[in-house]
Design a protein around this ligand. Structure first.
Ligand code: FE
Ligand code: FE
Ligand code: ZN
Length: 275
């Protein structure tokens, strides 16, 4: 089973690897830079290559780099779109120093713009930032539909992918809390939800799962994560999710509201239910 959690990058790349190993994770997620800002600490190519070597030596599965929350490729403000594009561009070039990993971002919040405008802003940013021969796969995260978030339905995600030229380097990250909050009944009809995903987007695009319980009922569009088994999705549903034939080989990343010790317990528990 490929499983890990969100780990803080605050103390550097080396410490992240140590933290991940300490909770018995074989993958992990981290922010490419300050999640609420746009500045990334200067990091040298040497440090990134060292990180790459540490990942290989310790047999980590593909890791997931999460773009900062401030990145909004479909903002109605041109300046925000430009700052966001620069972060995407810069993050992807850094990731070439530790190839064959995943980069995840929130499609964005369209504010007062129409969906069509937002979709073309997102896809054109991707078409400018992605490049032939790149080693990273860029993932669109499924969203809860809070405010004016884009990506709250499989159709919205599909409409972005349709306009991306480099389809070999694009994918989707399903967040279980988000799709539940977005109205997809993964508790009573996981097969149906995945069938719908396959028909609309295509399962070949599914590259990672954010595994989170939800504090709120289905269709609430709230996006408040809960510990596994302590929310409205519930432990039985997660036992089915991690063992579903379409999901079981994907990397799972916990983004539950707890610390390293808490994530260690969740990882241990999920592994014990994994067939
Ligand atoms: Fe996210
Ligand atoms: Fe998420
Ligand atoms: Zn969330």
């Amino acid at each position: 089973m490929k499983i890990g959690a969100h780990i803080s990058i605050a103390k550097g790349y080396k410490q992240m690897v140590k933290d991940a190993l300490s909770i018995k994770a074989n993958t992990f997620q981290f922010f490419s830079r300050n999640p609420r800002g746009s500045k990334s600490k200067e990091v040298s190519p040497e440090e990134l290559i060292e990180f790459h070597n540490l990942l290989k030596e310790n047999n980590f599965a593909e890791v997931l780099v999460h773009a900062p929350y401030t990145m909004n490729l479909c903002s109605e403000k041109k300046e925000t779109r430009e700052v966001s594009f620069n972060m995407l561009f810069d993050d992807l070039r850094k990731m070439e120093f530790y190839p064959n990993n995943l980069y995840n971002f929130h499609p964005g919040s369209k504010l007062k713009q129409d969906l069509e405008t937002a979709v073309s802003q997102i896809s054109s940013a991707l078409n400018k930032a992605l490049f032939e021969g790149m080693k990273t796969t860029v993932l669109l995260e499924t969203m809860a539909g809070k405010g004016s978030e884009v990506g709250k339905t499989f159709n919205e995600i599909k409409s972005i992918i349709d306009k991306v030229e480099l389809k070999s380097n694009i994918g989707v990250c399903i967040d279980t809390c988000h799709i539940w909050d977005g109205g997809y009944d993964i508790v009573n009809d996981l097969d149906g939800v995945l069938k719908e995903f396959d028909e609309i987007i295509g399962l070949k695009y599914l590259k990672a799962i954010h595994i989170n319980d939800s504090l709120n009922p289905i269709n609430s569009h709230k996006d408040r994560h809960a510990l596994i088994g302590e929310g409205n999705i519930g432990l039985d549903a997660f036992k089915k999710i991690i063992n579903h034939p379409h999901l079981k080989d994907k990397p799972f990343f916990l983004e539950t509201p707890t610390d390293l010790e808490g994530h260690k317990k969740e990882i241990e528990m999920l592994k014990s239910y994994y067939n």
